[in-house]
Design a protein around this ligand. Structure first.
Ligand code: PAF
Length: 257
């Protein structure tokens, strides 16, 4: 596996004609690995970007404590058959004078709960698609609204990349894998199970939002909403467990692709 640390070197790496990109912020878990494997199965070259993107964190969010372990991540990526691990610095991605932002109009869910978040995500993803010259980019269903925002951007700006959304990977007890799960104490992890359980309860209810809210078992939700994510509608929720903010969703109708 090649380790590429600068945007200039990334521009020079000779890539084959079908390049799969998995954009990540690191702290890899089985959810990331499932995306790496899907890219490996479909693409001649697999690039994984590892960049904790400051532009998508709000002022009081967890940028400083976001889990980072590049050595472990590099090992896992190499074992999964990744060809290039791209780890640019914040100074390279947002050099002095950086002044262009991609602002996709989005409503509800994360768009309201985290103002400016999707602007940071869309901007960094467009930069990554361009830098890597990606033909296909892979995302997880846990971030279904993010995938919908990026699909809108790709359509609106005619970005020549196909997006793929793969199913959320869960622990055996149902908790969606997330790098942020590392923040949870054993007791909090137990409490966090109320989130996937509430969404499961909501999925088959006449009023999914009310049923999920009622089943949250004391968790403090930022929102519980039905969100239109293009070809599908999902029941999505964000909730705090202690100081950790978790998101999850289940498909109500349609298919995430
Ligand atoms: O889903 C994430 O990890 C991030 O939002 C992404 C897509 C890597 C952009 O920084």
């Amino acid at each position: 596996m090649k380790l590429v640390r600068t945007v200039d070197e990334m521009a020079q790496v000779a890539l084959s004609h079908k390049v799969g990109l998995v954009p990540t912020m690191g702290a890899f878990h089985e959810g990331h690995l499932s995306l790496f494997r899907a890219a490996r199965a479909e693409c001649a070259t697999v690039v994984v970007s590892l960049f904790v993107n400051p532009a998508q964190f709000g002022a009081n969010e967890d940028l400083a404590r976001y889990p980072r372990d590049e050595e472990r991540d590099a090992r896992l990526a190499e074992d999964a058959g990744v060809d290039v691990l791209f780890t640019p610095s914040a100074e390279q991605m947002y050099p002095e004078g950086f002044a262009t932002w991609v602002d996709v109009a989005a409503t509800g869910g994360e768009a309201v709960a985290r103002p400016g978040h999707f602007r940071g995500v869309a901007t960094v993803c467009l930069k990554l698609f361009n830098l890597v010259r990606a033909d296909v980019a892979y995302f997880g269903q846990k971030d279904a609204q993010q995938a919908a925002v990026l699909r809108r951007m790709v359509r609106d700006l005619n970005v020549p990349v196909d997006l793929r959304v793969l199913p959320t990977v869960r622990d055996e007890d149902g908790l969606a894998l997330s790098s942020r799960n590392a923040y949870l104490s054993p007791e909090e992890r137990e409490q966090a199970l109320a989130l996937p359980r509430a969404l499961e309860t909501g999925r088959s209810a006449a009023d999914p939002v009310a049923a999920a809210r009622a089943a949250l078992n004391g968790l403090d939700p930022d929102y519980v909403e039905v969100i239109d994510v293009g070809d599908a509608r999902v029941l999505a929720a964000a909730a705090r467990v202690g100081s950790t903010r978790l998101i999850d969703n289940v498909v109500l109708e349609g298919e995430l692709r």
